[in-house]
Design a protein around this ligand. Sequence first.
Ligand code: KIV
Ligand code: ZN
Length: 462
Amino acid sequence: MTTPAKSDKDRVVIFDTTLRDGEQCPGATMTHEEKLEVAELLDTMGVDIIEAGFPIASEGDFAAVHEIAKRSKNAVICGLSRAAPKDIDRCAEAIKPAKRNRIHTFLSTSPVHMKYKLQKEPHEVYEMVIAQVTRARSHTDNVEWSAEDGTRTEFDFLCRCVEAAIKAGATTINIPDTVGYATPSEFGDLIAGINAHVPSIDQAVISVHGHNDLGLAVANFLEAVKNGARQLECTINGIGERAGNASLEELVMALHVRRSYFNPFLGRPAESSEPLTGVRTEEITKTSRLVSNLTGMAVQPNKAIVGANAFAHESGIHQDGVLKNRLTYEIIDARTVGLADNRISLGKLSGRSAFRARLEDLGYSLERDDLDDAFARFKELADRKREISDRDLEAIVSEQVQQQSEARFLLRGVQVSCGTGLRPTATVTLETSDGAELTEAAIGTGPVDAVCQALNRLARVP
Ligand code: KIV
Ligand code: ZN
């Protein structure tokens, strides 16, 4: 794939927030090792900026951002922070080892957020914007400022805050549709309005961030691009808070497939074949599978680009058309997103190498023993089922993948005492990976709670 154009103004910058906003979605928590694995793949995939976490949120988040920053190769590593100086300083510390880093600092600007969440007057918020950006700039020259709940912010106030943030040194201005409320034409008009009314806007890149509460996030972003937005904040498989974020694969593929439509909005000739983003589209399927496997969040089968049915033709009429000429019903060649074209259909006659190759396409790379085990289970299933689907393969290997992370503790003993007039008490003994035994006792509201309290105490032991 050719290198995209140099300036951030004449191409679309892809800012991935799978590890921050994506991880905010219920049940999507990843371990430290898993976050490193996702970050590595995102970097390989050509994402421009990886928002690796929210360092002040926990020691775990700090450690993940710090390690990702150390290991990053090409991508800018970004951390999120609120407006408080200690948040910003902690974020700066976490991203410090990266070759290229960014602080993303945000503050709410809508009337409802200022009144109820921040309990601040607009003039106080305005001063905080200047202070937060100034502090972030004292750590790095790459600072993004976000107007949280931007789409419900009063327009003149939003423009004043954006101008103040740029004057204080923000290099990217992000306009979030935090509650997924905007419609495409409104969102496009908002971006056009900011472009037209903020005097210093040409000194910053305009970014958009949006949630999918009305299913409009991707459409909103594409309209924003047409009106001057040049950074898109998105997640793999669209995971994220509530209904999720705009999905990376849908945005990248829309800009890829409909390049000639979008080119003129970026000042390029319609027929230019230069990619609009730097993402290696062939890595999309693998990355989607990895995120789905690690978070346990299944991708709906009819999800655009990465759903199991996205490239499947079921009806006889469609199959017939595709066999005559694939352009009849296909707008994307499956190979563009990293799917094998003439997929080898896996069945009982398939060998180990076809099995391993298919697993690798799906984002699994198993050690020899795990592969042997998975292959035996595959053969067993193939005896009963004519064709083995990707879903079957995922089920076959998921056990091995989950077992790959090394156990940190072994449960050695649990003792609980409870009864009439007794306070439920539990004593728990764990063995650490270096063989030491740790014991803690705790009182709880019931026997199970007492065990959990004892485990919590043990987890706090350094
Ligand atoms: O949705 C939102 O507004 C956010 C901000 C922190 C950018 O996630
Ligand atoms: Zn968000």
